[in-house]
Design a protein around this ligand. Structure first.
Ligand code: ZN
Ligand code: ZN
Length: 199
């Protein structure tokens, strides 16, 4: 009962993200691969685009035993759903995130010389891949997703998509430069000496 925090941090063996390193062993150079498809939890999205909750994330993982810990590499792939940052049309895309992270052994020098939040750990001979995959996926998401590279966005006057509008689309608004010129001409006429009228 005295080590609550540690107990909470232990990977749940039943979580699909958790992999036991027991089969891998600790002989440096030992290697195993894992394929898993895991439904996305909440939080795998950023702003306008992301992996919808429950959509499959395909993991291709390679675990290698090293002297300091287990090096995990591979890829995470998933379908993305979002909206265009210029015209707000729904878009579908894919993300393929590259993974690479060392999970330090409990008795390693890495474990001894780093804070708990700096380096992932092997805990109870298990690794929890979710934080690593989440970070890699979020980094792989486009900050400004587009429906197409040259999306022209929306007409600033009516908010319609340019893609849906005629080439001749426009609004009857006076160009401010013309408005200024017209005003100047009008006042010039008013203040002009009425030379014509004097005759
Ligand atoms: Zn667009
Ligand atoms: Zn318009």
């Amino acid at each position: 009962m005295t080590r609550h925090e540690r107990v909470d941090a232990h990977p749940a063996p039943t979580s699909p993200w958790v992999i036991s390193t027991r089969e891998l062993g600790r002989r440096a150079g030992a290697m195993r691969t894992y394929q898993r498809t895991i439904p996305a939890p909440a939080g795998f999205s950023l702003g306008l685009i992301g992996i919808p909750e429950g959509a499959p994330i395909e993991l291709d993982l390679r675990l290698e035993a090293a002297s300091e810990g287990v090096f995990v590499s591979g890829t995470a792939r998933a379908e993305l759903v979002g909206e265009c940052s210029r015209c707000l049309e729904p878009i579908a895309d894919r993300v393929e995130a590259r993974l690479g992270e060392l999970f330090a052994y409990p008795d390693s020098a890495t474990e001894a010389t780093t804070d708990a939040d700096e380096v992932s750990r092997v805990v109870d001979e298990m690794i929890d891949t979710e934080p690593m995959v989440r970070d890699a996926v979020l980094l792989g998401l486009p900050l400004a997703p587009l429906c197409q590279e040259d999306c022209r966005g929306l007409c600033p006057d009516c908010g319609e998509r340019w893609a849906d509008l005629d080439a001749s689309h426009g609004h009857e608004t006076l160009d401010p430069r013309w408005a200024a010129l017209r005003g100047r001409l009008a006042s010039a006429t008013e203040t002009a000496p009425d030379g014509d009228g004097s005759r």
